[in-house]
Ligand binder design. Structure first.
Ligand code: URP
Ligand code: ZN
Ligand code: ZN
Length: 467
């Protein structure tokens, strides 16, 4: 059974060209003109791009006294409607558990629900020798990236001993180490001081997590990675100071230091946390939103390649949860910002917002958009060219993108399992028309054509260190 995507403009990270794309079964088999297929999808006037890959998500994750509100079906359907056909989610090792036990818990969450392909990173919270010895096996399990949290004291945070040991072991065995880089010890003191002073509103979340503490932790993690000789990936980088630490590493010739930002950090500031009433809680995530000047730095960072990936850190919570079958949400921190579950939705919005506000507004090129959102994620996380590319032999994860379609983002119409959207009311130009996952059409216009259980776990290759 073949499908032909006919008459479109193929856009990859490196090229833009007119070509039809022929799919046979689950894979792309040819690009060219004059091809024929059993089924034809008309892509005249449209872009044909590799499916988006979001390497930073938290589906069905216990966190902050509740659980994130999208599971592996609702999150996947939302991703697909936004043009994302693969994501990599964070398995969180419960303290005292083995990595294998933790991974099995997350496999069970996805089992029977997944509607797009997915991978896992392993977030280590506890590293006795027995867990050190498990790290090499992660590669056999297809999990080739670890994550360490330098923040969330008393919960997910690990110390520098753990970070350094993990970096060394990961480097020996072909894994990429990721860090959430904020100084959790200093934040803990600032949070306690704010509470003691009666400063309890959502805006104090941002004020107690200053950019300097992210810059410090970013610099520290990078220097430790350099000493360990380990590739490092800094997640959700938000500000100019942290970016400077990455640039310094690149300036030393250390191209094995990588960093991502997340789409929302281009658009919001700490002032959003000070919106009237309790509204600001919607914008509570870590690291927090920063300044307008940091947004400009991030645009510069993606343009010059210092930041290689734009992901979402999709970690949705209800604004008004705890009723009608909803898990508790942001209301948990109504009287104390420190109790607001940290995280924001965005898996559905990323590709549209980056296209409309990034490409169309002239901040990044069309190819850069594909590079940041589709191709670099696959390259860095061991699934390229199976994913992230349209070429013979690649999985047919493809989006037919209508560059002129207009869409107003709203919680009333989005597919994310939350009652709010950070971009509420924003009109974007450009959105998916057809979304294909391994050869199957799963979204056609506004219609959902996918199915629960059709998404597959992607075993990723060991990380190949650049220089
Ligand atoms: O606020 C956030 N980012 N929540 C998800 C967990 C994390 O730190 O990535
Ligand atoms: Zn984080
Ligand atoms: Zn995260």
């Amino acid at each position: 059974m073949t499908t032909l995507i006919q008459g479109g403009t193929v856009v990859t990270a490196g090229d833009t060209f007119a070509a039809d794309v022929l799919i046979d079964g689950e894979q792309v088999v040819a690009l060219g003109r004059g091809l024929s297929g059993d089924t034809v999808i008309d892509a005249t006037g449209k872009y044909v791009i590799p499916g988006g890959i979001d390497v930073h998500t938290h589906l069905d994750m216990p966190f902050g006294g509740t659980v994130s509100s999208d599971d592996f079906f609702t999150g996947h359907r939302a991703a697909a409607f936004g043009g994302t056909t693969m994501h990599i989610d964070f398995v969180i090792q419960p303290k005292g558990a083995t990595l294998r036990q933790a991974l099995d818990i997350w496999h069970a969450k996805a089992e029977g629900k997944a509607a797009v392909d997915y991978g896992f990173h392993l977030a280590i919270t506890d590293l006795p020798d027995s867990v050190m010895e498990e790290i090499p096996q992660c590669v056999e399990w297809g999990v080739t990236s670890l994550k360490l949290f330098l923040a969330y004291k008393g919960a997910l945070q690990i110390d520098d001993t753990t970070l350094f040991r993990a970096l060394q072991q990961a480097a020996r065995h072909g894994l990429l180490t990721m860090v959430h880089a904020e100084n959790g010890d200093a934040i803990d003191i600032l949070v306690k001081e704010a509470i003691a002073a009666g400063n309890l509103a959502p805006k104090y979340h941002a004020l107690t997590r200053p950019a300097e503490l992210e810059a410090e932790a970013t610099y520290r993690a990078i220097r430790l990675a350099e000493v360990a000789g380990a590739p490092l990936y800094v997640v959700h980088l938000t500000n100019a100071g942290a970016l400077e630490a990455v640039r310094l590493a690149h300036g030393r010739g250390n191209t094995f230091i990588h960093a991502e930002t997340c789409v929302q950090y281009f658009f919001f500031t700490k002032d959003d946390l000070a919106r009237p009433g309790y509204e600001g809680a919607k914008w509570v995530c870590s690291p927090p939103f920063r300044e307008v000047s940091d947004q400009a730095a991030l645009w510069q960072g993606v343009a010059d390649g210092s930041l290689e990936v734009v992901s979402t850190d999709h970690c949705p919570f209800w604004f008004e949860g705890g009723k009608d079958g909803r898990s508790p949400g942001k209301e948990l921190g109504r009287d104390n910002f420190a109790a607001i579950p940290n995280g924001c939705p965005g898996i559905e919005d990323r590709m549209m917002v980056m296209y409309s506000e990034g490409v169309r507004s002239g901040k990044i090129s069309l190819n850069k958009w594909v590079e940041l959102c589709c191709t670099n994620p696959a390259r860095l996380f061991g699934c390229y060219p199976q994913k992230g590319l349209i070429a013979p032999g690649s999985d047919a994860d493809i989006v037919v993108w209508d560059p002129e379609a207009r869409h107003t983002i709203s919680a009333a119409t989005h597919h994310q399992n939350t009652d709010y959207n950070l971009y509420e009311g924003l009109e974007v130009v450009g959105m998916p028309q057809v979304v294909i996952s391994r050869g199957q059409v799963i979204v056609e216009g506004k219609a959902w054509k996918g199915s629960q259980g059709s998404g597959r776990f992607v075993k990723r290759a060991a990380h190949r260190r650049s220089s």
